[in-house]
Design a protein around this ligand. Structure first.
Ligand SMILES: *Cc1c(COP(=O)(O)O)cnc(C)c1O
Length: 236
């Protein structure tokens, strides 16, 4: 077979660099680190690496006390972990519309047997905070257990003003937990879990963090841990 020259293929030679939200290019030293044998299950260095990752993620998420969990999953996997742990069967989440990703999370939540209240969205527009506050105020029975917010909706690139969203939630006095998806924004846009008083934060390895796909990240504060422990939904 004749080798395909760059000219013949019509491509520009050199390293391929696709500017997509993720998976993003993985730095050379990470690529080299992946060429090692996996550790034995009982290797004490495994615990040390995990502990160091948790410390680093706490610093990155700007949280003092949240518990950090690492999952062998993608972003959809940690979305599912949030639904299964925080919401009882038939329980309700409020998902303010940001675009494709808020809608996907809402559909997944419904597929897992929970109810979803949505606020309307328009491509490229920020969250309708008025509709969000209205939905919380109208929920006089406090059926909404959590608000699932996407920080940056990757489909349009629109970022949510999380401080304004927190203030709008606070003004209603509703006790729903605040869950924030920073899958696309973590490491790329400023984010402070404690300052925001977010209860749960979910991320993944392959976007702003420039790691290979396959690690899902969740940080959980004490209030969310308590809600998860009290949740009767079956899970392991
Ligand atoms: C990519 C992405 C997800 C889903 O992550 P996967 O690892 O592709 O399952 C969720 N939320 C946002 C904002 C994303 O950009």
């Amino acid at each position: 077979m004749k080798p395909v020259t760059p000219e013949a293929s019509g491509r520009i030679p050199g390293r391929r660099l696709l500017h997509s939200p993720g998976p993003t290019p993985v730095p050379e030293e990470v690529m080299w680190a992946m060429s090692r044998q996996p550790m034995d299950l009982g290797d004490p260095r495994g615990d040390q690496i995990i502990a160091a990752c948790e410390v680093g993620l706490r610093r990155l998420l700007q949280t003092e006390a949240a518990e950090v969990f690492l999952y062998a999953s993608n972003g959809h996997g940690v979305w599912e972990a949030v639904v299964e742990n925080l919401l009882p069967m038939g329980g309700m989440a409020l998902v303010p519309g940001t675009g494709h990703f808020s809608e996907s999370w809402a559909v997944q939540t419904e597929a897992l047997g929970r109810r979803v209240l949505r606020t309307p969205w328009a491509e490229g527009r920020p969250i309708d905070l008025h509709a969000l506050a209205q939905a919380l105020r109208q929920d006089t029975l406090q059926e909404i257990r959590a608000v699932f917010v996407v920080h940056t909706d990757t489909s349009s690139g629109v970022s949510t003003d999380l401080a304004a969203l927190r203030a709008a939630m606070d003004a209603t006095g509703h006790p729903a937990l605040l869950v924030v998806d920073v899958v696309a924004s973590l490491g790329a846009a400023p984010f402070g879990m404690d300052a925001l008083r977010a209860d749960v934060v979910v991320g993944a390895s392959q976007k702003g963090l420039m790691c290979p796909p396959g690690i899902g990240i969740i940080a959980v504060n004490a209030a969310a841990m308590a809600q998860a422990r009290a949740n009767p939904a079956p899970r392991y």
